[in-house]
Design a protein around this ligand. Structure first.
Ligand code: CDT
Length: 320
């Protein structure tokens, strides 16, 4: 049985604050049509794909921000995506802001089977930024205000895709920079990591200079190393371009288990990139250098779970 499938990153250009979900969904449906023409089996859309990256906007009263969240999925606004999936037989990954019936708010992603059923849900664990308005910053990054830390762990599930089955998992944006997150997926034999992001192209922390080009480099470095060290494919999909004067970088990529970039977006607008991925390519790393059962040394990793922040090492001084 061939385990070759075609994966796509459906990068989105900017979504302005004043634009409704209908604008974003219309653009996404057009990318699904294009995906169908190119024989794609799975389309990965970005983090918070339905709206502008709203955590840059401060609201004193979080209830005023309610309109950014989805309270049901699918909804009237997102139904065209589910219909396109059915029409074209394509599975899709969607990132959105979720408000639960009991009032919890999460930065969430789902993977939807072509039948329209939600196969897997993940809620972002690593929330960057801050909770209160920060007057040192030119642009706010209020994910810690608008979202709670995800409560679903890092789930992986085996699901049917295009005549085969694949072990799928998800990360969301900042998660990609944390090797612990990748390893928890790797320990569940993940084969495809779907990952959407919204990353400003300038570091707004005002704590030192970070060269512009390194922002993209660090994103790629994180995804490539995550894929290599866990023997999996990764689809990293950006929302890029300038949203109300605030620039996000594009550079979406599809990466193989050797850590190589198979496809890369060249624009910061709506763009579909694709790659044919043989899931059996995950076996080489998994059975050799990253054969976890043979080579991991959990007895030496205690600190990883016992400690959150770093501590200074003991000081060595010469005896003589
Ligand atoms: N969306 C998201 O997680 N973005 C972060 C930028 C952090 S800057 C405070 C990222 O890691 O790409």
């Amino acid at each position: 049985m061939s385990r070759s499938i075609v994966l796509a990153a459906a990068q989105l250009g900017p979504i302005q604050k004043a634009e409704g979900r209908d604008v974003a969904v219309g653009r996404m449906v057009r990318l699904m049509e294009k995906a169908h023409q190119r024989g794609v089996n799975v389309v990965v859309f970005p983090e918070l794909a339905l709206t502008t990256f709203f955590p840059r906007w401060y609201e004193e009263d979080i209830a005023v921000a309610d309109h950014w969240y989805e309270t049901s999925m699918p909804s009237n606004a997102t139904a065209p995506l589910f219909e396109a999936a059915k029409k074209y037989g394509i599975g899709f990954h969607l990132g959105y802001a979720e408000k639960t019936p009991d009032g919890h708010r999460f930065n969430t992603a789902i993977y939807v089977h072509p039948s329209g059923e939600v196969v897997l849900k993940y809620r972002k664990v690593h929330l960057p930024g801050h909770k209160e308005f920060d007057s040192n910053r030119k642009v706010q990054h209020l994910e810690k205000r608008y979202f709670e830390v995800g409560d679903l762990g890092f789930p992986v599930v085996r699901a049917p895709i295009a005549g085969t089955e694949a072990n799928i998992g998800m990360l969301i944006c900042n998660d990609r920079r944390w090797p612990e997150a990748w390893r928890v997926l790797g320990l569940q034999q993940v084969e495809i990591v779907m990952l959407g992001y919204n990353t400003p192209s300038i570091n707004q922390d005002n704590k030192g200079f970070e060269a512009h080009h390194l922002r993209v480099e660090h994103s790629h470095l994180s995804i490539r190393s995550g894929c290599y060290q866990n023997s999996c494919f990764g689809v990293g999909t950006a929302k890029g371009g300038t949203e109300d004067g605030h620039e996000l970088f594009g550079h979406s990529i599809i990466v193989n288990p050797q850590g190589e970039i198979m496809a890369q977006a060249t624009s910061w607008g709506d763009e579909l990139i694709t790659a044919e991925c043989n899931l059996d390519d995950c076996n080489l790393g998994r059975t050799t250098i990253f054969n976890f059962a043979a080579h991991r040394r959990v007895e030496a990793y205690g600190r990883i779970l016992e400690q959150t922040g770093s501590v200074a090492p003991p000081v060595w001084t010469p005896k003589g």
